[in-house]
Design a binder for this molecule. Sequence first.
Ligand SMILES: *Cc1c(COP(=O)(O)O)cnc(C)c1O
Length: 225
Amino acid sequence: MIGTQSTLGVGPPGSALLFVIASPVGPYYPTGFKAISLEATDYAVRAWPGGVGDKKLGANYAPCIVPQQEAASRGFQQNLWLFGEEEYVTEVGTMNLFIALKNEERGQKELITAPLDGTILEGVTRDSVLALARERLAPKGWTISERQIKMGDVAKAAEEGRLLEVFGSGTAAIVSPVRSISYRGKLVNCGLKDSEEAGEIALQMKNWMEGIQYGDEAHPWSHVL
Ligand SMILES: *Cc1c(COP(=O)(O)O)cnc(C)c1O
């Protein structure tokens, strides 16, 4: 959406033009799923409390360019945004992030994503993954959590063999599995075997979502015309 009022200055526009681009697209993964590797970014911030990181504004993408290029120069496909001294895991590039692990206390399986605290984009795919997880994974014993998690705790879970899988979520890819995260000079392995490009939960989410999108499964989110 761009302001179209013929004035030069900073202020709310009196008129604006909203573009909606509807276009057919090819498969996001023409050669099938490919797990990506991430570099954890601790020197730059994508979004902050009281800011506009939870809105889909063009301005939010400018801070992503350099960290993305930096990560790419070291061979990583995307960067992982950490926030604050605690190094909370927030989002991956311009996707929301999900972490599946067995928690420390009772080995309970937990699917975790960051809470909507104003620094997280309220992705519709994030919302859909959470809804499907609550409907279809919770009855199988999974805990579904919108909570903060520190990068240090993700690395610890990996070291202890409790990290099951990590994936990004967003409209274009639906889910994007993560193989590893570079963090403090170490590579955190996110639970995939060398021969695997996606974990069980990411694959299930993709299949469930595509089934609904293509009308293969009757569902209130989708209407066959
Ligand atoms: C677009 C976007 C997402 C994903 O949102 P969807 O509605 O699922 O496509 C996540 N994080 C950021 C920063 C985004 O810009």
